[in-house]
Design a binder for this molecule. Structure first.
Ligand SMILES: [Zn+2]
Ligand SMILES: [Zn+2]
Length: 185
């Protein structure tokens, strides 16, 4: 089977993700549509945020194309198990929400036929794949950088907002959990 010729940015996304699959294609296309609707560029900083309602392959397509990444703090994972993606601009909250249509209401995205998958994902009209809604959302909090303190049990530096006070000692979360487990016994 001949490999489909993919646009360079999709090739890069495939390299990042490791393989070309329907999920990656969904995240890729959803992000492209969103950037276009919002008139936005790939995020350099936190001016664009993505809220992704699943942790499947599509999340990598989103991170690669939109520049909203886990590490930058402008990628928000909501564990809802839905192929729904919301992209929003700071500071206005102007957003676009894309919900992948149910299988029976959209063109097929075959896992085993990469040419068809690529063709559908790149060329099918956005509205045939997704329900697209423009809206204004309440933005998630921006990433904050906090100073670190040392955990009084393991001695490792830990962000001050992620410590727990256990019997007057400032502990990191794993140490606090271990302490509680030991105390229960
Ligand atoms: Zn995949
Ligand atoms: Zn610790």
């Amino acid at each position: 089977m001949s490999e489909p010729e993919l646009p360079p940015d999709l090739k890069d996304a495939v390299r990042f993700h490791g393989h070309f699959c329907p999920g990656l294609a969904i995240g890729y296309r959803a992000s492209k549509v969103a950037l276009e609707r919002l008139g936005a560029q790939r995020a350099k900083d936190e001016e664009l945020v993505a809220i992704v309602e699943n942790d499947s392959c599509s999340a990598d397509g989103v991170q690669w194309v939109s520049g909203c990444t886990f590490g930058k703090g402008n990628f928000f994972f909501r564990d809802y198990g839905k192929q729904v993606f919301t992209f929003a601009l700071r500071p206005t909250g102007r957003a676009v929400r894309l919900a992948l249509k149910p299988t029976e209401e959209r063109p097929p995205l075959p896992e085993d036929d990469r040419a068809t998958l690529a063709d559908q994902m790149l060329n099918a009209p956005a509205e045939s794949l997704f329900t697209v809604t423009e809206l204004v959302i309440e933005l998630p909090k921006a990433a904050s950088i906090c100073s670190s303190v040392r955990c009084e049990r393991c001695g490792e530096p830990v962000m001050s907002t992620r410590t727990r006070n256990v019997n007057g000692r400032t502990l990191c979360i794993p140490c606090a959990q271990r302490q509680e487990q030991t105390a229960e016994k």
